[in-house]
Design a protein around this ligand. Sequence first.
Ligand code: HEC
Length: 432
Amino acid sequence: MFSRFRSLVVVSVFGLALAATAPGAAANEADVTYYQDVLPIIQNNCQNCHRPEGLNLGGVIAPMSFMSYEETRPWARSIKLKVEAHEMPPWYASAPKGVFSNERGLTEDEIGTIARWVDAGAPAGDRSQAPAPKTFAETTSGGWSLGTPDYVFQLDEPYFVEDDVYDLNISFYKTLTAAELPEDLWVRGWEFKTGAGTVAHHMCGYVRAPAPDVEPGAAAEKGVAGAGQLLTCIAEGTEAVMLPDGYGLHLEAGSTLTYNMHFHKEPGEGSGVWTQPEVAFFVEERPVTHKVTNNSIGNTGFELPPRIDDYRIGASRTLEEDIYVLTYWPHGHLRAKAARYTATYPDGRTELLLDVPEYDNGWQETYKLKQPKLLPEGTRIDVSHWYDNSAERGALYDFDPTLTPGHGPRTDDEMSLGFIGYAVELDAADEN
Ligand code: HEC
């Protein structure tokens, strides 16, 4: 679905206007080569996704690899088009700029270099000028993008997603034994593996502190809120997050993990897959000063009108204490076309926290702030999503525009959730 409407976008030609040459860049087309000029750009901006052993949906993957000249060369024309149109590398937030650690984008100089290289026939050049190959954490960590985890908790039993499954939302539980997690921990990072390849549409992980009177599944069946503290959800495009120094999420011994899975595939003989999801944790060794929570500001009481191409659904919350924001993750389904978070401070000042003018459910970015952002007590956060339930979008995304979806987990339902990862200073957290 990601590629489907990307290809409809008209490519602009302003890359051609770039006559100016960056310092160190080749002076004319004939001098631009893959090894000297283009490979460094591709290493830094493309290979994270464009490589053969890319991660599953908890990481970032692209269908074609750009690890070598031989692999990249056949895509040269398409690469020029995609970078000039600012479609690659993908980045959906139009604002704010410069504040997200995972912001992607090429400079106009880099776009110009790629365009000149393609126009010159995409020459290889001299291999001895190539930079050292880029290395990736998961090649040495058993497939985890954040490095080698301290703890990996795999679901005890594998589960078979049957051949006739089209859309399945199902939760599994695992209560950690004393042998698996002997004592409470502060963790600074967590990452999931679904083990189900492209059949996994998304996965959400929750941790619930020990509650002796409650059956593990009982609370969760009332809805995800009962499953405890949300760790994160992953979908195509989502990246794992490592917290800043001194920030931690409290993982208690005896906690119950929820593996909430959404499987989505074409039913049919042989389409079933075995899956045994995993949750990995990275321990924070430093003293923890900030306690991290994930939460969402969402609207679950809506009904989207049929055949309407611009409909806003919003929710807001006023903060009861100072918080330090770490991440934003807007979440809607097929009809969601834009998302925005704003803050209104106690003095009335407003600030745009995140603007995603072209939201795409097929590419669910986690927006990670470089620096924790203080929002003081009394600040109101507004989250809005815009929806397009028109026949036109329905044809593109394969949904029925005469339906009136409400909040729900299936692909055919909708959601209007604005997830926020944030921390509170530990003293303040203890007092509450
Ligand atoms: C965050 C992950 C990510 C990064 C970074 C990324 N890509 Fe992609 N790219 C994708 C995915 C996923 C696809 C396939 C879906 C699509 O075509 O939209 C893709 C597709 C493409 C295609 C194929 C389009 C076609 O014709 O089908 C080209 C060309 C491309 N990328 C170029 C680049 C270049 C050049 C860079 C770096 C400047 C880059 N990409 C960085 C994820 C990424």
